[in-house]
Design a protein around this ligand. Sequence first.
Ligand code: PNS
Length: 158
Amino acid sequence: MRRVVCPGSFDPITNGHLDIIGRSARLYDEVTVAVLINVEKSSLFTVDERIDVLQTVTKEYPNVKVRKFHGLLVDFCRKNDIPAIVKGIRVVSDFDYELQMAQLNYRLSGVETLFMPTNPEYSFLSSSRVKEIARYGGDVSGLVPDLVHKLLIDRLRG
Ligand code: PNS
């Protein structure tokens, strides 16, 4: 069984995340989407809300499962027998940051990191930008799954 993890905050999931998850699901037998529980960072959606959304929008991939974790990602990988992490790279600055993280994670545990170039259609996209646009009434349709679009409108303008 070839397993990988797609980790993140997913507050909320964007079409860029979904693209990476879907492409990983076509390459690997099992993809675990791991949502970080981060008590230090304020979030728009609770971890459980994010998990519900992720489960709904990844329904078409039977080999994708969604879990939450806290602490080190490599500990989650070890506990779940996952040998590799998939990270989307949008721009060169992502690579600078992710390379160090990947090397550190490998040094800590031997868990590998695989970089997947983001679909250029989404290379400008991030959860924080999506929230900012939605907060000020901008149109985020096409940038996030329809369900997320609706939830953002409810949460930010409701
Ligand atoms: O979507 P994000 O917020 O960019 O995701 C970041 C995430 C969750 C992948 C990263 O913060 C992470 O792996 N956090 C867990 C703590 C950890 O393992 N840190 C790395 C130490 S080298």
